[in-house]
Write a protein that binds this ligand. Structure first.
Ligand code: SAM
Length: 272
């Protein structure tokens, strides 16, 4: 499984070049597209097609070749194979046949976008492409609207306006969206704004609707992991009525098991 660049050919790795040069055959999503990449690096290895419409039959043939000792590299049109691209089925077939699978890491659009987004949430949820139909898209968005992690989408240019409109409709206008467009290419653009302003920004300049996009949407706020129950609040109130604030908070924490900081913040609102 060999990752290739997502735009800038300089992003190929030394290991990818060595593998692509030395294997018996390279299976590629689109052999004409990949011939350009291989030509650029003077690689003359034989190419064969493996895409979403022939993955099983082409995959079975490749497994037979692997079983007689040949080596096969799988590449996709861009980035890491099997990530919103064909490849997972081939890996499964290989595993079942006892064939070793070796990942050669490299470019990936989602990770590249995240690295330059400046979004502070430590977690992200990779969604990839949303359904083409708006009603299905909204269902998926509703299902993930409470997830406290950056949401990562891939989107095609002809659908970016519709998708962004649905993001705002389902997730609200306040969350930040990051457009990561044409990463590693000449017109690379990374732009951030609230979802409520995103559609107007896209519409103001048709150039911003062209090319390839990763869309990053801020996740739902992290819920207080230690929500304060009505009983715990009552306990704190009673203690606050009798004791100095610090002592009341400490005792309430001992009684309820809730963190002192959480109770302290509540106590400040109850007793100035
Ligand atoms: N396997 C690839 C990867 O590892 O990122 C993704 C392949 S998927 C079929 C193609 C989608 O990835 C595009 O529609 C776009 O959403 C995103 N993408 C690929 N290259 C990109 C780039 N240079 N800039 C922004 N997004 C890109």
């Amino acid at each position: 499984m060999v990752a290739t660049p997502i735009g800038n050919l300089q992003d190929i790795t030394l290991r990818a070049l060595e593998i692509l040069n030395s294997v018996d055959v390279i299976a590629a999503e689109d052999t004409r597209h990949s011939a350009t990449l291989l030509g650029h690096f003077g690689i003359q290895t034989k190419l064969t097609a493996l895409h979403e419409h022939n993955e099983r039959t082409a995959g079975e043939k490749l497994i037979a070749q692997l079983q007689v000792g040949q080596s096969v590299a799988l590449i996709s049109d861009a980035g890491t194979p099997a990530i919103s691209d064909p490849g997972a089925l081939l890996v499964n077939l290989a595993r079942q046949a006892g064939v070793k699978v070796v990942p050669i890491p490299g470019a990936n659009a989602a990770i590249t976008a995240l690295s330059a987004s400046g979004l502070l949430m430590p977690r992200f949820l990779f969604i990839g492409f949303l359904p083409a139909k708006s009603s299905h898209r909204k269902q998926v968005l509703e299902a993930i609207s409470d997830v406290p992690a950056t949401l990562v989408f891939y989107e095609a240019p002809h659908r970016v306006l519709e998708s962004v409109a649905d993001f705002a409709a389902v997730l609200g206008g306040e969350r930040q969206i990051t457009f990561a467009r044409e990463l590693t290419k000449t017109f690379e653009t990374i732009y951030q704004c609230p979802l409520g302003e995103a559609l107007a920004w896209l519409q103001a300049d048709p150039n911003q609707q062209r090319g390839e996009f990763v869309l990053l949407v801020e996740g739902a706020p992290v819920k207080d992991e230690q929500a304060i129950s009505p009983e715990a609040r009552r306990t704190l109130e009673l203690l606050l009525a009798e004791l100095p604030l610090k002592q009341a908070v400490k005792l309430a924490a001992d009684i309820t098991g809730i963190k002192k900081n959480t109770l302290y913040e509540l106590a400040l609102t109850l007793k100035p």
